[in-house]
Design a protein around this ligand. Sequence first.
Ligand code: JFZ
Length: 438
Amino acid sequence: MKKISILLLFAFLTMIGHSQESYTPSDENLKNREWFQDAKFGLFIHWGVYSVMAGGGDQGIAEWIMNQKRIPIEQYEKLPSFFNPTKFDPNKWVATVKKAGMKYITITSKHHDGFAMYDSKVSDYNIVDRTPYGKDILQQLKEACDKEGIKLFFYYSQLDWHHPDYYPRGRTGQGYTGRPQHGDWDKYIDYMNAQLTELLTNYGEVGGIWFDGMWDQIDANWRLDETYSLIHKLQPGALVGSNHHKAPFPGEDFQMFERDLPGENTMGFNQTGTISELPLEMCETMNGSWGFNLKDHNYKSTKRLLQTMVKAAGYGANFLLNTGPMPNGEIQPENVDTLMVMGRWLDKYGESIYGTRKGPIKPLHWGATTQKGKTVYVHVLQLAEDNLLLPKLEQKIKSITFFDDGTKAKYKNTEFGTLIHLPYDKRQEVDTILKVEL
Ligand code: JFZ
């Protein structure tokens, strides 16, 4: 009997332990990568018990409030008892997402504060056990998503300011939490893998896992191999990505960029200039906060957000746009307005975004290009002159038309490229799109 169980254990370990260095994505995974690249636009949702604090009157704080205000665990643990989102309506969220032209949702299952927004059995620090609301948010959202064909991804923070075994501690969660100055790191990783197992077994087919927090101590023994193998074993189709701000590690299925276009580093996060061959995704906030912040009214214009989405598409990257729902469970009306404007734009111009890949010309100061088959979409976002010099394409141009009215554009081929005439009365405020047939 003992021998058999040891054998089984060994078989299990070798099964999950095989190195991600030699990871070959399953057919399903490859198919989902194509779906992901076609989808282009998703909603990022930062929602947790921190939403109750609404930033605490500080413009720059939201889901980080525990750490930034140095709130000890003992006090922070009161927040769940105030979390009662009576107006949460997952069908309404999903309807908004659909109207916005988004194809998927990525929601925080557990952020750095360690609080699980779902019915976790490996810890009672979760929404069902600790809030008056008492219901599993993820499960309700998944059901609403399934009805409407929206994919659901789970954000999961590897960094944890609550779990005592997250020790040694990293750059954050130090000194104020009231945790003992010792802990068993491996026990923490086991706990994390157990939570991931829940997320990948209790909610049907999951779009993928969006990791964050490794940057807290990048050199720790995260046992990534084991975690990534576990995910790929439980759901071979699920896409794994991580916000570690480095070139992708083996076992990851997409590469992400935080608040910057691929290759850019205006925020100081994306130290790697590497743009991998994997599917790409850029995440961005509508104001300056991820979680709900009562005082942050620094909303980006819809023009700016649409142009960022177009530029991202020009790099072949998805645009994951964030909202931080309010503690009552509703999405901020200002954010809904923004999403509706974007959705209307996509209703009209979606052909030039969905299902495309990066165009033959890398995004430049004037705009970006996307491509589908033999059609190149030239997105002119800003141009003072009434002529655009489109750098030389490898293939011969058959025709150039304005997307809006289908009329032919005048152009001539020069030794530097194609000079396209763009009269001012043909120009659009957000994006003047030309269809170039090859
Ligand atoms: C991370 C989270 O900390 C943040 O709360 C949010 O979820 C965002 C999408 O991802 O953002 C980071 C990650 C790393 C740093 C800063 C913000 N960093 O290394 O300084």
